[in-house]
Design a protein around this ligand. Structure first.
Ligand code: MG
Length: 203
């Protein structure tokens, strides 16, 4: 399986990163070794001094497809969850300045913890779904899928023009504003549509 992540899909986050609001989706891929499940702790890597949390709604692909028309995209995911796109922000800035790819900042081991996945039915209208991240009991990121620049369907259509999506692949759909650093001992709790989705520690 692979993990595909959309960058800058919420205008408030694009602004806080001083990035332009994109006119087509921007995506990158994390390897399967980035995945963490079961509320296992996130271990801070030794090569970064500034690892940021980015809480994101995650789609699980349920049916293989390439060049999926937007109208058919709802048939390709049946479950959603919540994850954190951990980012070594210092390395990302360095790579961006040099015009180089971001993999070391985004694709490192354990950089993609995800919650359990639930059927879409459980959440009602997924186009108007709130989510948030609490850091040590205080809310640091709050978003609603109604604020996405590119819809779930548009994302699936766009990615699959270039990359075949397979059953079990995960799609991180972008983070809202409020990204910031995590430190040893922090506790991260994620909520989606009022359901507590994950709860893990940073070590
Ligand atoms: Mg992200």
């Amino acid at each position: 399986m692979k993990i595909i992540c959309i960058g800058r899909n919420y205008a408030d986050h694009a602004r806080e990163m001083k990035s332009a609001v994109p006119t087509v989706p921007v995506f990158f891929i994390k390897p399967d070794t980035a995945l963490v499940t079961g509320n296992r702790p996130f271990f801070l890597p030794d090569f970064s001094k500034e690892v940021h949390h980015e809480v994101e709604v995650v789609l699980r692909i349920s049916r293989e497809g390439s060049r999926i028309p937007e109208a058919d995209a709802p048939g390709h995911f049946r479950k959603i969850g919540l994850g954190v796109d951990f980012t070594a922000r210092d390395l990302q800035h360095e790579m961006k300045e040099k015009g180089l790819p971001w993999e070391i900042a985004k694709g490192f081991d354990h950089s993609a913890p995800v919650s359990r996945f639930f059927s879409l039915k459980r959440f009602g209208d997924i186009r108007n779904l709130s989510f948030r991240l609490d850091l040590n009991g205080a809310t640091v990121q709050e978003g609603n899928t109604s604020g996405m620049i590119f819809s779930f369907e548009a994302i699936i259509a766009y990615i699959s023009r270039f990359v075949t999506l397979r059953r079990g692949d995960l799609v991180f759909t972008g983070t809202p504003a409020g990204v910031g650093p995590v430190n040893k001992g922090d506790r991260l709790e994620g909520f989606l549509g009022g359901i507590r989705m994950f709860d893990f520690k940073v070590e």
